[in-house]
Design a protein around this ligand. Structure first.
Ligand code: AMP
Length: 649
């Protein structure tokens, strides 16, 4: 299969933000894809080469990529940088520079998906001494074989910046249409029978994706099965063929040791709204201020811990693993909880910053120390050694709040109420393992009093959960609603935003950055949108560390996928990578920030007024995991509803 077909689809995907159109593009692409290439095509279209949990990352450095482009285009690296500055991204620079060159080249055999995928895997897997040279060689070879328009996407892919906005739900829509022999359309356009079949297919595909966290596997299984059924059962009805495909999809089960994507919470800012939203009855839990952990306990006694981003946290938290094993009565389980640092003597909960120290990567310096040390000791060893020093210093208690699997039984579609019962029966409470505090309420006053209780005990608020809610991996639905204390001071919640620029400090802050330009990722339009400039909440040490950490990320022009309305440009543009948590007084209409542009009012975006860094870097979030423009609109509207008027910046 020619890579050019993929690149053409990408170009069309870039030109649209409509989900249905995207799903239709994906469907068209998959129809052209031989079954044994479905997995690579899915991974590549989402800018990766394997499911996230495998931790295989591309992310080649900009320097190396520039070197490769220069080599292939036969120009100086300087010229590549100039082109990038002129065009805004390295992919477009590669396309332009190679197109000059390619007129001279007469014949070349087309680049295939197979070879691109294999070479990208080689790049990702090459490690150790001399690996940079080897990666450079592979990339150069690949670029020399590619057409200019292909080079554009290859460059973005190797740098981990493809970002086409093809989300899991989009691919699932395409697959559901394919295996039910329909077209991509909204459910309202379907007749009742079509809708029923489509929803059944979608539910099965979604479930398989939830338990496997591997969209490539789900797509391959579904399409392989339908093709096979068509071949073997000619003459059968379409419905029977669909049935065969669904049977195969339903064979995909949860595997202990393979993490599920974390379910996420919505937010509301009043007790009434929460009780109302949950149908008059809500299960309340403390919202613990720590690190989310998904623990997999297998029947051999091994425990693996995963972060919200599906990274393996076991080396940093061997004590948590051991404590969970000790508290578990059964053989196999997958549970979720919040790991919270506690005071070694009193057992009192400590704020988030303490547990993040145990994670050993609060700010840039620590991270670099970790990297240099890991070269000497090997990653795991280095981390584990430092971990051991911190274990006694900062003990952790894990507050369990969910169970997804128990001794052979998948529980993700079991109602929450039942899951909590099963959790309580399977895990004992010990000094280091607790059940998240739980109370069921039916009126707002009781919710408020539980909130006060939570805050008094050092929690950051409460989580209200639907008693009948199921576990939807990676989804933000109204089954879980967070309610935090911050709204008393301002906005109903903190925002997680990615740093895209910085302003030089003045006076005492000279030599550091004194303020940062923050943005929100808009998954629908696949772009970053600016939200505010934050200058408060940092201490000197943090500013120094942030400078050291961010300086290497500086670029000369705004990031390619940044949507800008700003007049006052930052002194330095930064690759969107680091996510910060900020609070603020309110969300206001803004003529200069592009967040949710035109969604509330024509020619206006939304901004955070009086933003403040909350002392929390969201290391557990990537640049595309920020609070979204939609969520910011919701915060704005709620505020307007409460105060009864809109404010302008
Ligand atoms: P946020 O990151 O502010 O969107 O809030 C969601 C996070 O709260 C989850 O990812 C967990 O890490 C954390 N959390 C703390 N306590 C709970 C709880 N009882 N249930 C679910 N999540 C919780």
């Amino acid at each position: 299969m020619e890579y050019g077909l993929l690149a053409e689809t990408y170009a069309r995907a870039e030109a649209t933000a409509k989900r249905l159109e995207l799903a239709d593009l994906v469907k068209g692409l998959l129809e052209e894809t031989p079954v044994d290439l479905v997995r690579p095509v899915i991974y590549l279209s989402q800018g990766r080469i394997a499911p996230d949990f495998q931790g295989i990352e591309l992310g080649l450095s900009e320097k190396l990529t520039i070197g490769a482009i220069a080599g292939v285009a036969g120009v100086q690296e300087k010229e590549v940088v100039t082109k990038r500055n002129e065009l805004g991204d390295l992919g477009s620079a590669a396309e332009r520079l190679l197109s000059k060159k390619s007129q001279a080249t007469l014949f070349r055999s087309p680049l295939t998906v197979e070879s691109v995928f294999a070479k990208l895997q080689d790049i990702a897997r090459t490690a150790g001494t001399g690996s940079q040279d080897k990666k450079l060689k592979i990339l150069r070879l690949m670029l020399s074989e590619s057409e200019p328009y292909e080079a554009k996407y290859l460059v973005r892919t190797v740098m981990g910046k493809l970002r086409l906005g093809i989300q899991d739900a989009t691919v699932l829509d395409a697959l559901a249409a394919m295996i039910t022999y329909g077209k991509v359309e909204t459910v309202t356009e379907m007749d009742e029978e079509t809708r029923r079949r489509r929803e059944e297919a979608k539910a099965a595909l979604e479930y398989a994706n939830d338990v496997s966290s591997d969209l490539g596997l789900v797509a391959e299984t579904a399409l392989k099965a339908i093709k096979e059924a068509e071949r073997r059962l000619s003459g059968e009805t379409e419905e029977a063929l669909t049935g065969k495909a669904l049977e195969a999809v339903k064979q995909i089960r949860l595997t202990v040791g393979v993490p599920l994507r974390a379910m996420l919470a919505e937010r509301l800012s009043s007790a009434e709204e929460i009780v109302d939203k949950l149908g008059g009855k809500a299960a309340l839990e403390y919202k613990y201020d720590g690190l989310r952990i998904q623990a997999h306990l297998d029947d051999k006694g091994t425990v693996k811990l995963f972060s919200r981003r599906l990274e393996d946290l076991t080396p940093q938290f061997p004590d948590v693993a051991e404590a969970l094993r000790g508290a578990f009565e059964g053989k196999e389980a997958v549970v979720e909880g919040e790991a919270v640092a506690v005071d070694a003597e009193s057992g009192r909960m400590l704020p988030f910053q303490a547990v993040s120290q145990r994670r050993g990567r609060k700010y840039g310096i620590t991270e670099r120390a970790e990297a240099s040390q890991s070269q000497v000791f090997g990653v795991q060893e280095g981390v584990a050694r430092r971990g051991a020093e911190k274990i006694t210093e900062i003990p952790i208690a894990t507050y369990l709040f969910d169970v997804l699997y128990l001794d052979g039984e998948e529980l993700i579609r079991t109602p929450y109420e039942e899951r909590r019962k099963r959790l309580a029966a399977a895990f004992d409470e010990t000094a280091r393992v607790k059940h998240a505090r739980l109370e069921v309420v039916e009126d707002p006053a009781a919710l408020e009093s539980f909130m006060q209780d939570a805050l008094a005990h050092g929690a950051e608020g409460i989580m209200a959960k639907s008693l009948s809610g199921v576990y939807k991996a990676g989804n933000r639905e109204w089954q879980w609603i967070k309610y935090k204390a911050d709204y008393v001071e301002g906005i109903a919640d903190t925002l997680d935003l990615v740093v895209v620029g910085a302003f030089h400090g003045q006076g005492r802050r000279k030599g550091w950055y004194g303020a940062f330009l923050l943005a929100s990722w808009n998954p629908d339009d696949a772009r970053f949108e600016t939200v505010c400039r934050v200058a408060t909440g940092f201490d000197d040490q943090q500013l120094q560390e942030l400078r050291e950490r961010l300086e290497p990320k500086a670029i000369d022009v705004p990031p390619k996928d940044l949507f800008l309305k700003l007049v006052e440009k930052p002194d330095v543009w930064l690759e969107p990578e680091l996510v910060m948590e900020v609070s603020g007084a309110e969300i206001t209409l803004s003529p200069v920030h592009s967040c949710a542009w035109g969604m509330v009012r024509p020619d206006a975006g939304l901004a955070v007024r009086f933003p403040r860094f909350t002392d929390r870097l969201r290391e557990d979030k990537g640049p595309t995991d920020t609070t979204t423009p939609d969520e910011i609109v919701a915060l704005y509207q709620r505020q307007v509803k409460v105060t009864g008027q809109a404010t302008a910046e």
